[in-house]
Structures are given as C-alpha cells and as structure tokens.
Write a protein that binds this ligand. Structure first.
Ligand code: NAD
Length: 365
C-alpha cells in the first residue's frame, strides 16, 4: 500500500479548525482509495512565537522538507501585531516559501454555480480562473530599508525618514513562472493573460519581453496583456472571459483576493505553492486566520478541504481521491449546506457550522 508523509501546520485563529476538517477528509479518502497518510503536526506563526520565540523553527522546516506535502491553515492575529517585523507570524510563510523553494502559487478562483447568489456581482454564473502568482521574487523579497535625512526642503520641512521596497525580477525567475503559466493554459482553455504595470515599471517590461519571446513555443495558447489596474476592473466587468492569469508576487496577492471574492467567499478558495518537481508542495486556503470568527464555529472549512484535494492531485498523484473530494464538495453545496459566509439570501439552504459542513462533505465521499 502506498504511504505518504504530510506535515500539518494548523497555525493561528481558525487555522487549526479548518486543517482539522481537511485532515478528517484526507483520512476518509485515504481509506477509500487504499493509501495511507502519515500526518505530523507542527507549529508556525503566532503559536510558534509563543512556544519557541520565533515564527518558524528549523525543526518545523525540517519536518516539512522531509514530507511529501505540507497542509497549512493560517498564521497571524492581533496578539502578535506589535512584535518586531522580523518576528511577525507572517514571516513564517516567507520562511516556508523560501525554505521549500516554492516559487509558483496556484490560486484557482472557481465559481460554484450553487453559490452564484453569494457573489457580490449580479449575473455571474460561470467563472473558472487559475491565477499563477510568482512567489519568491518581487517586492516582498527585494531590498527593503530606510534612510534618514536632515535635509531641509524648499517648504522648510525636514525630509526625515524615507522607506523603500524594491521590485526586482531576473530573466530566470520570470521565464520559469511564465512557462508554467503557458503549460497550465495548454491543459485548460488555452488563454494566458500576463498582468503587469508595463506602462510604468521596468521589471514589468522585462516580463512582457520574455512572454512574447517564449509565446511561439506554445502556439496553441492565446497570449494577451493587461495592466494591473485595468485587470482589477475587467475581473469585475467580465470575469468569465479569463482562463489563466500569470503575474508577479504582489499583483497576484491582490488580484487573487479580488477574484476570490467574486466566487462568493474567501472561505471557498484553495491554493497550492509548488517548487521544483519532486519537492514538497504546500497547500493552504487563501484566507487568513480570521481572528474575528476564531472559536465560534463560523469558519468555512471548504477552502482548506479543497486545498487538501489539490495536495492529493499535485503532490501525491492521487487524482481519484482528489476528484472524490471535489465531487463531495459540489454535492454538499448542491444539497444546500451553507456556512454563514456563503449563506447568500438564505433561501432554501441549511445553515451549518464548521463541523456540520465537514460532516456533510465526509458523508458524500
Ligand atoms: P482574513 O482572511 O483572516 O479575514 C478576512 C475576512 O474574511 C474576515 O471577516 C474573516 O472572518 C473572513 N474569513 C476568512 N476566512 C474565512 C473562512 N474560512 N470562513 C468564513 N469567513 C472567513 O484576513 P485578515 O482579517 O486581513 O487577516 C487576519 C490575520 O490573518 C492577520 O494576522 C493576517 O496577517 C493573517 N493572514 C494570514 C494569511 C496566511 O496565513 N496565509 C493570509 C492572509 C492573512
């Protein structure tokens, strides 16, 4: 019988609640499809700061490196908002991404037709976008700093502190993620949109040059370009016309939340972060630790359950088990089960909490 090692990082806030749901679902499909999963729980984020003084320990990173895949809930919360920047819970995410070499972040934004009434947009029935976000470069990893100046400006004020964050991308980083975008588009509806700010940013102009130079290698894929400000409008205006969007770290961070909201709730959105073939991928919901609802049973576990489905597909190659989870989620929604975030107008649906939603999915596998 095949056996896989999965590191589970519950994290903070609703993180442990939603990973617990996903682990139950993973156990159920493992039994059903005849493989075993060996789970190792570890800490990262605020809970790790409380226990070990740092958001990410070498021990957690080692466990993740020696696993086949990592399932993560979410990190952060008001309790740690005032710790010094290098110790903030979110540093754990950056440490995991760089420590595991995760350079590609896949964020599907799929509209389940049963949830169209939960979308803030009217008349959106079909939307299936894969956002491919570069994950280890750009402004989040560029040079950051501050300088102080006592220079007196023409209006008599003192210039004071200047802070800077730099957006830098190399040809290798851009080529690697663009090629992935083209390959995913080939397996889908064969449309790739590069989102950038090439009218202003030199780094964006390099993205465009490289995209147009490698496009002839993917003649079946239609490539187009959008500035990020226009893309944020077009996502609202014509969401169903997008297929694969490839973009930089920061633009992908922002646009995927926007696309996610169109689907009904951030509580529905899974993600995968992948590195070189054969290395462990990390799977997590797009949402954060939602401290406002932690411990209330209001957390929607479906984003994490769908992340577990991606884990089975992309890291373990267990596609039948992955399909079974997606089917069970669809059935659960079709049968009318709703956590508060996806209640929509509330007509003809059954309100459930985190456990109720998990049970509904489990019973449909
Ligand atoms: P958030 O995603 O945690 O919450 C935004 C809103 O969405 C809140 O109203 C919340 O209740 C709701 N929400 C989120 N997930 C939900 C779910 N599964 N079901 C129902 N409702 C859900 O974003 P935030 O409030 O900006 O951040 C809270 C904390 O999470 C911060 O400390 C932030 O830094 C951290 N964060 C972590 C990650 C991560 O771990 N990957 C991502 C984003 C934010």
């Amino acid at each position: 019988m095949k056996s896989y090692k999965v590191a589970v990082i519950g994290g903070d806030g609703i993180g442990p609640e939603v990973t617990s749901s996903a682990v139950q679902v993973l156990k159920k499909v493992a039994d059903k499809f005849g493989f075993t999963l060996d789970f190792t729980e570890c800490d990262a984020g605020g809970c790790s700061i409380d226990k070990a003084g740092v958001p990410l320990t070498e021990q957690t990173l080692d466990i993740c490196r020696s696993s086949d895949a990592v399932l993560l809930g979410a990190v952060g919360g008001p309790k740690w908002d005032n710790v010094e920047p290098s110790l903030r819970p979110e540093r754990a995410l950056l440490g995991l991404r760089s420590g595991l070499g995760l350079y590609s972040n896949l964020r599907p934004a799929l509209m389940f037709k049963e949830l169209s009434s939960a979308s803030p947009l009217k008349n959106v029935e079909a939307m299936d976008i894969l956002i491919v976000r570069e994950l280890t470069g750009g402004i989040y990893f560029g040079r950051h700093g501050r300088s102080d100046s006592s220079e007196v400006l023409s209006d008599g004020s003192v210039k004071g502190v200047t802070a800077y964050d730099t957006e830098e991308y190399s040809t290798a980083e851009i080529t690697r993620i663009l090629k992935e975008g083209f390959r995913y588009a080939q397996g889908r509806n064969k449309k790739l949109t590069l989102v950038d700010k090439a009218n202003v940013l030199e780094s964006s102009r390099l993205w465009r040059e490289i995209a147009s130079s490698i496009a002839p290698d993917y003649p079946d894929v239609q490539l187009d370009y959008l500035y990020v400000d226009n893309c944020s409008m077009q996502l609202i205006n014509r969401p169903s016309t997008f297929d694969v969007i490839v973009t930089s770290n920061m633009f992908g961070d922002i646009l995927s939340d926007e696309a996610g909201m169109i689907t009904g709730s951030i509580g529905m959105l899974p993600s995968a972060s992948l590195g070189a073939p054969g290395t462990p991928g990390m799977y997590e919901p797009v949402h954060g630790s939602a401290p406002d609802i932690a411990g209330t049973g209001k957390a929607n576990p479906l984003a994490t359950i769908l992340s577990a489905s991606m884990l089975l597909r992309w890291s373990l190659g267990e596609t039948d088990a992955s399909d079974a989870i997606e089917k069970a989620v669809r059935l659960t929604l079709a049968d009318g089960f709703r956590t508060p975030d996806i209640m929509g107008d509330g007509e003809g649906v059954t309100a459930v909490d985190t456990e109720g939603m998990t049970a509904a999915v489990l019973s449909r596998i």
